[in-house]
Design a protein around this ligand. Structure first.
Ligand SMILES: O=C(O)CCC(=O)C(=O)O
Length: 309
């Protein structure tokens, strides 16, 4: 019950906060949940210029564009991306050396290796650690966000010009404690409304098995939702999802460090609590428009590093 109320509060608060900053975002947030509206939006959008993307320059040599687009249309999901080792290493070095902010609190900045000391100092367990301002602090993000094959996939899927609108990286920390933050780690089934047309590209930067917080996606659920699922703010239980979609459509995504997948965030999906290994993950969001509110930025004046002795 507490999770239920926290989740409704969290979503209502987010809608009001973002909506006052960007009314177009609010319109999108309200109407994009309807599949038919998203389809109309697609059909009415100006068509993309694909020629300008030089797919030969992509870092994903093996990535088959048509296969990805077909799979996204059918399942809302495509697996099988792999980062080149040098890019993975650079991202890992960043993830372990840059400040991550415990439970997303701007005052809780610490380096990964200091997590235990940071928790002790603040007097709370951290379920996750967020990074901010990646577009400025990690130039590699721009290279990934403008990768020609990813752009072509997004353009074909959206049937319009895509933009790389935000990037997030975060740690999910392994814990057995009951106070794991289910809501802020998105560890309950939900779908996200980034835009009328949108995709998220995820990369695991650490090995992810069943015990280290795999992502779960319900295949094909981007096209198929009942009215209650479309309209309510309530989190959806595992039982409800399995009654409606059947276990066969649940995909638990495991993979080695550097592996990646593309997801339409209108698919029901969730994170899971890592039990014995921390998970570091990177997500690039692509959309048909750029909203003022979806950029994972934090004002640097408010970012504070914990002074750990
Ligand atoms: O952590 C995960 O695997 C899920 C993330 C998620 O649900 C989201 O980004 O909306």
């Amino acid at each position: 019950m507490r999770t239920y109320i926290k989740n409704i509060y969290f979503r209502t608060f987010k809608a009001l906060k973002y909506g006052t900053r960007d009314p177009f975002w609010l319109l999108m947030y309200v109407f994009s949940r309807f599949f038919v509206v998203r389809q109309v939006f697609k059909k009415l959008s100006p068509k993309p210029d694909l020629v300008k993307f030089k797919f030969q320059d992509s870092i994903f040599a093996e990535l088959d564009i048509e296969e990805a687009v077909n799979s996204l249309n059918k399942d809302g999901y495509f697996g099988g991306l792999q980062l080149p080792i040098e890019i993975l290493n650079e991202l890992l070095v960043f993830g372990k050396s840059a400040l991550t902010y415990g439970n997303g609190n701007l005052k809780n900045g610490f380096i990964y290796a200091d997590k235990k000391k940071a928790e002790k100092m603040v007097g709370q367990y951290f379920s996750f650690g967020s990074f901010f301002n990646l577009d400025e602090d990690l130039p590699l993000v721009r290279k990934l966000g403008s990768d020609p094959k990813l752009m072509i996939i997004a353009a074909k899927y959206f049937e319009s010009e895509p933009v790389h609108c935000s990037t997030r990286m975060w740690w999910n920390f392994a814990t057995e404690h009951d106070n794991f933050d289910v809501v802020n780690t998105s560890s309950f089934y939900h779908y996200d409304k980034d835009d009328f047309s949108c995709l998220r590209v995820f990369f695991y930067l650490t090995d992810v098995d069943s015990q280290s917080g795999p992502h779960v996606c319900i295949l094909g659920s981007h096209r198929e939702k009942n009215l209650a699922q479309i309209l309510s703010l309530k989190e959806r239980s595992d039982q409800e999802m399995s009654d409606i979609y059947g276990e066969k459509r649940f995909l638990t995504v495991m993979g080695i460090a550097g592996s990646g997948f593309i997801e339409d965030p209108f698919c029901f999906h969730k994170g899971t609590r890592p039990k014995d290994k921390d998970r570091l993950i990177l997500t690039l969001c692509f959309a048909a428009s750029r909203y003022k509110v979806l950029n994972s930025r934090a004002n640097r004046r408010f970012l504070k590093k914990l002074v750990i002795s």
